[in-house]
Design a protein around this ligand. Structure first.
Ligand SMILES: [Zn+2]
Length: 336
């Protein structure tokens, strides 16, 4: 009797073992499939497959990490999926309400102010969703960009770096006529494919604010591309956090990690200081402003509309978003 009982126990254990092993292998296959989907930029699909893998073997905590990682990518995705999935307040922040330019009063500059439009671009590509107004505003086509660059070159505009602007504010440098800064947010790979060739063609300088924990995903610049562009002397790199979170939602420790960590990431790859920061979604509060200053940045770009730069507002530099729906006329009016 005892023997039969023991045998039964062994049988049960072996069955459980085989069952567990099968489920573990199943979850492994699913994880591999999800990893591949993530690499292809199919983030939402990947999350679904990770969840299946987790269901196949619920004890695996490493899958939770993969799910969280994929969700972060989804948040900062090229597709800007967050605009349909999060509340409206965040939705509109990085988009910037573009004011009617006929209502902008011309105010004389104070001694600590200079007129330097900092243009803000996101995607440079043909808009994949032409009927979506949000996508229409975030996507500037390569031919639109080229027309704008041609305009800048033929109308005596001069692209400068934020460092040159800072020197001018400190009366250490004199700027060329019609100074202007070209800034690009989020570090999309289409910047390398579509904007960088035009910067070279027209010999224009730009700053790209990159998210530093996304370089393995196809929508974003790789570190090799970033290094190559840095070496060209035409593109400078600023930080835009590690994961593009809405910073005010984070704990203080997490804010510091995003702000300092992204600076460190860029500096370790480019082996030189990174001086400029841009707030994801343009969101900030007093703690975030202080964290950015404490991290050693010299200034930070906001999504506040304007082109008057001020020495005591370096951590909230206003910018002018170039909307994909702008005609060349809209563009020229806003920078003049
Ligand atoms: Zn951004």
């Amino acid at each position: 009797m005892r023997k039969i009982f023991a045998l039964l126990i062994i049988l049960v254990l072996v069955s459980v073992g085989i069952f567990g092993f099968t489920r573990y292998r199943q979850s492994n296959v699913l994880v591999e499939e999800a990893d591949q989907l993530l690499k292809e930029g199919k983030t939402t699909l990947a999350i679904g497959v990770y969840e299946k893998a987790k269901a196949a073997f619920p004890l695996r905590s490493d899958i939770d990490q993969s799910i969280n990682g994929a969700k972060l990518v989804q948040l900062s995705d090229t597709n800007y999926k967050q605009f349909t999935e999060v509340d409206l307040e965040i939705e509109n922040a990085e988009i910037q309400a573009v004011p009617d330019i006929t209502n902008i009063p011309i105010i004389p500059l104070k001694p600590n102010q200079i007129l330097v439009p900092i243009l803000m671009y996101h995607h440079i590509r043909i808009n994949p969703k032409p009927n979506d107004s949000l996508w229409a505003s975030l996507n500037v086509s390569p031919s639109q960009l080229e027309a704008q660059f041609q305009y800048l070159n033929s109308h005596d505009y001069h692209t400068i770096t934020l460092g040159q602007m800072l020197d001018a504010l400190n009366n250490k440098a004199i700027l060329p006529k019609n100074p202007i800064v070209l800034s690009f947010d989020d570090g999309y790979r289409n910047f390398y494919e579509n904007a960088y060739p035009l910067l070279k063609k027209y010999n224009l300088k730009a700053i790209q604010f990159v998210i530093t924990d996304v370089q393995n995903y196809p929508a974003y610049l790789t570190w090799n591309q970033i290094i190559e562009m840095d070496k060209s002397g035409l593109v400078e790199f600023g930080a835009h956090t590690k994961h593009h979170p809405n910073l005010p939602d984070l704990s203080q420790a997490a804010i510091i990690d995003e702000v300092k960590g992204s600076k460190k990431d860029i500096e370790s790859h480019l082996k030189k200081p990174t001086n400029w920061f841009a707030y994801p979604y343009g969101s900030y509060n007093n703690f975030i402003l202080k964290a950015v200053k404490d991290a050693g940045y010299l200034g930070a770009a906001s999504t506040i509309y304007g082109s008057v730069q001020e020495s005591n507002k370096l951590f909230l530099m206003p910018r002018i978003m170039v909307d994909g729906r702008f005609s060349l006329m809209d563009f020229t009016k806003r920078i003049s």
